[in-house]
Design a protein around this ligand. Structure first.
Ligand code: KG4
Ligand code: ZN
Length: 341
């Protein structure tokens, strides 16, 4: 089965072709122009999706060496996300569905991330604990199978990626701040400064990162009122990164142990973080738990993960269930899903 997939929920336009679980192409265009505003401007994001989506689709076909006539179904992200951005992807997909008489599978972006760690990681079995860490979400899921998962932990305030981005801004770094902090931290001492690890012993699987942000803000104003000098940046970045990763790793492993699960999957934009990938693998291995992380191209927002999970739904329910075009996009947040829902 060949699936043409679209992702446009935030500031990445992506088109992918997935065939039998293999990624034939995964084209991603990031809207870097939001940098100068310090965050994503929704109106500009939807316009940029509109400008990019046609050409990216052509490139995705070229790279996969296929044409629209070869496609069996379309998949598109319909929630959660920026409404205007979601509308661009879903209407484009609906247009192609009508033109080529193809079924269309509406996909929840969060589900895409949850299962993205299974792309090219065939060694990972169900059940697994998924740590989803992105700019918009930080959550822990207990994943029983495709289409069957429970939310077991959530951030009470900022997402981990949001914490990276906001703290990077305080340090005078550009947006998105996560990759900047990751890069700087490579040369820094992660024990140089002691920042708080919130909710480390809260007895549940929830997270909180707003206290860390405030603590870094106070630290910078007190010690470096004129801005953090270059020579201190790496140490601050490494210490901040360590504080965030310590909590993510500890809570994920606790969730896996308490649910007697032997596999951990990390996913979302922050799963690209080198310290998180290394520490999760190392600490989980000490408990006999395996860690799986998506390849870099499947960490950030991408259409391959949308096509990958759509294929599972098509195989389970059959193509005939997906000829309805009256689905809507929604900004809704994440939730659990039970089998057969
Ligand atoms: O999944 P994603 O592309 O978009 C959302 O759905 O939010 O995640 C983007 C987030 C941003 O906050 C960005 O700073 C963070 O992922 N990020 C990183 C790294 N690469 C991206 N955070 C830490 N270290 C990285 N290497
Ligand atoms: Zn995402």
């Amino acid at each position: 089965m060949k699936i043409l997939a679209f992702e446009s929920s935030c500031d990445e336009t992506s088109v992918s072709i997935v065939e039998n679980g293999q990624i034939r192409s995964n084209i991603i265009s990031s809207q870097y122009f939001h940098k100068k505003y310090g965050g994503v401007v929704p109106e500009l994001a939807s316009r940029a999706h509109l400008e990019a989506i046609c050409e990216l689709t052509e490139i995705a076909f070229e790279q996969a060496m296929l044409s629209p006539q070869d496609i069996d179904a379309i998949a598109v992200t319909t929630e959660p996300g920026l409404i205007g951005s979601l509308i661009v992807g879903s209407n484009f997909a609906k247009g192609l569905s009508v033109k080529y008489d193809l079924p269309i599978v509406p996909i929840n972006h969060i589900e895409g991330h949850i299962y993205s760690g299974l792309i090219s990681n065939s060694g990972c079995d169900f059940p697994f604990v998924n740590l989803l860490v992105s700019g918009g979400h930080t959550a822990l899921f207990l994943v029983h199978s495709f289409n069957d998962y429970e939310v077991i932990g959530l951030t009470r305030d900022d997402a981990a990626g949001e914490a990276f981005d906001k703290i990077a801004k305080l340090l005078g770094l550009s947006y998105p701040g996560g990759p900047e902090i990751d890069k700087l931290a490579q040369a820094g001492n992660s024990k140089a400064f002691d920042f708080p690890r919130s909710m480390m012993n809260s007895g549940d699987y929830d997270f909180s990162f707003s206290g860390l942000k405030t603590s870094v803000k106070n630290f910078v104003y007190k010690n470096y009122p004129n801005g953090v000098p270059k020579e201190a940046l790496s140490d601050v970045a490494a210490s901040v990164q360590r504080a965030i990763v310590d909590v993510l790793v500890a809570k994920t492993i606790k969730a896996a142990e308490e649910h007697k699960v032997r596999n951990i999957v990390i996913s979302g934009g922050v799963s690209a973080n080198s310290w998180l990938r290394e520490k999760m693998k190392m600490k989980a291995a000490q408990k006999g738990i395996a860690t799986f992380a998506p390849e870099m191209g499947y960490c950030m927002d991408n259409a391959a993960m949308i096509g990958f999970i759509a294929e599972k739904k098509l195989l389970e329910k059959g193509r005939d269930c997906f000829y309805k075009l009256d689905f809507r996009v929604s900004a809704n947040a994440l939730r659990s899903r039970k089998k057969n829902e």
